[in-house]
Design a protein around this ligand. Sequence first.
Ligand code: AMP
Ligand code: MG
Length: 985
Amino acid sequence: MTVFELISKLGASGIKLWLEGEQLRFKAPKGMLTQDLRDQLVAKKPEVIAFLQGTKVGEESLPIKPVARDTPLELSFSQQRLWFLDQLEPGTASYNIPVALRLTGHLNVEVLRQVFEEIVHRHEAIRTTFIVKDEKAYQVVQEPYPWHLSIFRDLSELSQQDRDRALIELANNEASRSFDLTDGTQSRYRRTRLMRTRLVRLTAHDDPSQEEHVLFVTMHHIISDGWSIGVLINEVATLYAAFIENKPSPLAPLAVQYADYAKWQRDWLSGAVLDHKMDYWREQLHGVAVLELPTDFMRPPVQTYNGTSLDFTLSAELTAQLNQLCLTQGVTLFMLLLSAFKVLLHRYSGQTDICVGTPIANRGRSELEPLIGFFANTLALRTDLSGNPNFVDLLSAVQDVTLAAYSHQDVPFERLVEELGVDRNMSYAPLCQVVFVLQNAPADYKVDLAGLQVEKVVLPNSSAKFDLSLSLTEIDNKLVGGIEYNTDLYCAETIACYLRHYENILQAVVADINVPICHVDLLDHAEKQQQLVDWNRVQSDAFCKSTIHHEFEKVAERYAEKTALVFAGQRLNYKELNLRANQLAHHLIEKGVKIGDIVGLNVNRSIDMIVGILGILKAGAVYVPLDPSSPLDRINYILEDANISLLVTQRGLTSQLVSESRQLIYLDEWQAITGKLPTTAIDNLNLPVTDEDLAYIIYTSGTTGRPKGVLLPHRNVIRLFSATKEWFDFNEHDVWTMFHSFAFDFSVWEMWGALLHGGRLVIVPHELTRSPQEFYQLLLTENVTVLNQTPSAFGQLVLADESYMAVPDAADALSLRYVIFGGELLDFSILERWCDRRGLDQPQLINMYGITETTVHTTYHRIGLDDLKDGSSIIGRKIPDLTLYILDAQLQLLPLGVAGEIYIGGAGVAQGYLNNSELTNQRFIYHSVMGSPKQRLYRSGDLARYLPNGNVEYLGRIDDQVKIRGFRVELGEIEAVISDYKGVQ
Ligand code: AMP
Ligand code: MG
């Protein structure tokens, strides 16, 4: 039977046949694959391989033939790439392959020398160097030459400790000494061609059988690969055994050499054959995305190769379970382990298009098997993990893609990169940033010769060609291996998490192969406890059962004569402010206002603004701020949406408002308010308003094009100050600015920060909020101590500070104690110059992340020197009476460092949105985070991650919300307005 007939027969009986590495594999329903069929296939292995590799049957690929050595010898594709990389960075040792062999027993150094001489003689690759002719590189095979090998260092006199240290130093030196690819022409005796050896004596013993040596063999990758190391060690063993007995080399002569392969590869992989194979890869890898795993450090603009590895071992029990699973699923261990790895990468990156590289020996032809040379290739295995598939379905997708990749395996990876014209971002390795390896043979060979034991020593690894490479080997019934990682991107703790979570995925899959990949529980119990308990302890304060105005009244009594408000030359003390607010409240009640009524407040920045707010609260009502500087349409929309029947305002502001039957009260016509009031109407009212009654409704931009009103009770504000007390010592000596619009909740913090502590509130005139210089002057003249700013506003102020301080003899008169940032992302780099001048203690700089829906602030972070070095924006820890979770789309906890959405629970969470239960139920969920008690959580739409120290790093938005000078704007709202215009489609 021809191979074609054999294979058609397979198809008919539902048997699958594929290549994995160099092994033929079969998959068949029980009893279908007869021994006879299997034998026939194995007998025709080379043809079957040719078939599987995509060569048409009947048109076997070209045989590899020796080529004349007097013509210029081309480089193979992979050599070409390494040559190119070497030109880019001459003298790099990144592509050294260092090997160390421990030789135990009596060593005959002269025989070992002969062995290497013979190996160099046998393998042209080792004698190859490179020349450039007409801007093209060629290989030149040097004549065989004598090999030099003697004891390079004798460490036998040293103590064990010094010896170990010296050995590591030698190993590092060897690994980091570079090769000159063009060298080799000068001295016949130089040992610095593309392979070098160094022999070190460790111990000398009276008993020769106890002698110990270490032999360092270092080759450049351009003439070697992982498989070649195995060839080398076997040849050393075989030749040493023969030579020590004065026998000739028992090794069969090599049929072809590396240069012949290079030529063959160039001839064969061209034209139609290449096109055909390339089509597959083009389709397979079209538009593949860069895998952006979260990193511990900022990614350098150009990929670096500094690395190390972290090892791990899976138990024999788990290993056996995995092997068993492979049997029942009809997949290979490679496929199973790779699928689990892809789940890990998906969960860490949040990406669904996952492409992982895997090296293959690429020695499909038997004549290549005994060669030393660079044959290894990388296969890019891409899988779509979208839609939360069950693991078993992912496994089958991985199986398919692996099989297909094997059968197109001989397209050199470097040709692919070229061909696909992948967008070359120098920060990343091309096509695959992450690699998975399942090694068949254990990495540490051990050969026993008569009297001499040769064993590969595992060298400390100091480089990484990819972001991460997971490699595993089955040794003594256990899967062992580790992750090699780039140390410019990751620290060891993070890699330890990867390994732990990888194992957890494997465990979950063994338990249930049908588990949906997004539901696999990555975290250990301890990791969950850390996030659920340690970082989410809730301290609540029973004394918060009060109202804003009641707390204010207590303060007003205590500090009656102290200045409470300052605005453009006007001043009001606490007593006066309280009195006026009482009068307004009495008037409102006379007008029919009842507890819980919604009252609009549309006033310019002025003393009236605070009188208005306090008066409304004292009347038991809820204020809705309407900023006259915001667009008229918005004000009218809010008036209607909140169904406002009573508006507290000023003359001249109302002419353009839709009036309907609304009552209007003008604060700038005070006579009309107080005129009819009885004289007793200056006292506090003491209405039965409770902490759970609403205090204010602030409208924020809405995705659907309409702003929505956030409902906030009194207690949310009271507890905000008591819960943050441990961080601040606000008091009656503080001077605060009211910088922000009263329609922005930062103002709630500013007003009550001052007025609930006996401090002074300086209402900043509108013009000054737009003039950093004048505002800066105000900070000086009013001796402001607490400043709240959005980072964009503060950026301007830093400049004003700089020019002020640049004036000779400028007295540093700033009295600031705290600068509190909020409202938008803080780029710490804007603080550098400020810190250089003023340090970080006076004032303290504090970043607070917050949301209207969770009452102004949610987290706290005191900015330290370390923050300025790093490009990230830390928002720190939650306020003690809140909970903060970073969750994935399935509402599960994430590993530290992995991006997810912020959810906030606890005493700061708003009641919801006014008259919009649908949206309320969408954004305020009632949920039990991984088994902890159910709680109300606000879903923020903000992306963040936990750092190992428990701080939260802010990363951005999930949706299209943007912040303009701290103002929250949903692009959807703008979109809705634009598309309302005729002619806009
Ligand atoms: P608002 O409701 O207007 O306070 O806007 C809340 C949004 O502002 C949050 O969801 C964040 O997107 C953003 N935000 C507030 N404070 C910060 C901060 N400190 N760092 C980064 N973003 C912030
Ligand atoms: Mg805010």
